[in-house]
Write a protein of this length. Structure first.
Length: 182
């Protein structure tokens, strides 16, 4: 079953998908090389060129898989505990910048306010907050972003966001968060 960005279980799904696609592409590469070699008794033929071109998507899938190795799906119990119909919840966001890869376990969006939880040791919460402000403020000038690195503080903050007035731009903010995520 296909998972979308921001859904529970997306990282596990993406890891399996990238691994299977890598193996499929590499299998096609090997078949092309072997077929060309046995047919023409040389590697200097068109099948080798096609196999080399097929190695490009294989490497793309492999790099995505390698990037995702350190990250795991969030805990289902914790996800269900945070799930509420009063705000939009995104989970398992692997956000890539020019310099690094950062992981936000959860993002809650309501009233042009984004609260993220980034408990992962590899993620600098201040850097993630700064980057999210940059990308979200490129389209909306008054978005408030706060990143927490402790789940208890995050749960307290979510209680405050429930009382905020819903904004028509919240859906677009969630879309932007997913666009900048792997």
């Amino acid at each position: 079953m296909k998972k979308e960005k921001g859904e529970f279980g997306y990282i596990s799904y993406l890891k399996i998908y990238n691994l299977l696609m890598t193996l499929a592409c590499l299998t096609v590469v090997m078949i092309l090389v072997l077929f060309g070699f046995f047919r023409y008794h040389s590697v200097k033929q068109i099948y080798t060129v096609i196999a080399a071109v097929m190695a490009i998507p294989a490497s793309k899938f492999l790099v995505e898989y390698i990037i995702l190795i350190p990250f795991n799906s969030t805990d289902r119990v914790l996800y269900e505990e945070l799930l509420d119909d009063k705000y939009k919840v995104l989970t398992e966001l692997v956000i890539t910048t020019e310099q690094r890869v950062m992981y936000a376990q959860f993002a809650v969006i309501k009233g042009k306010t984004v609260y993220c939880c980034a408990e992962n040791k590899r993620t600098d919460s201040k850097e993630l907050e700064k980057y999210l402000l940059k990308i979200l403020n490129s389209e909306f000038k008054d978005v408030d972003v706060k990143v927490y690195d402790d789940i208890k503080q995050y749960k307290k903050a979510i209680q405050r966001i429930k009382n905020k007035q819903e904004d028509i731009r919240d859906k677009r903010i969630a879309e932007l968060m997913c666009i900048y995520s792997m």
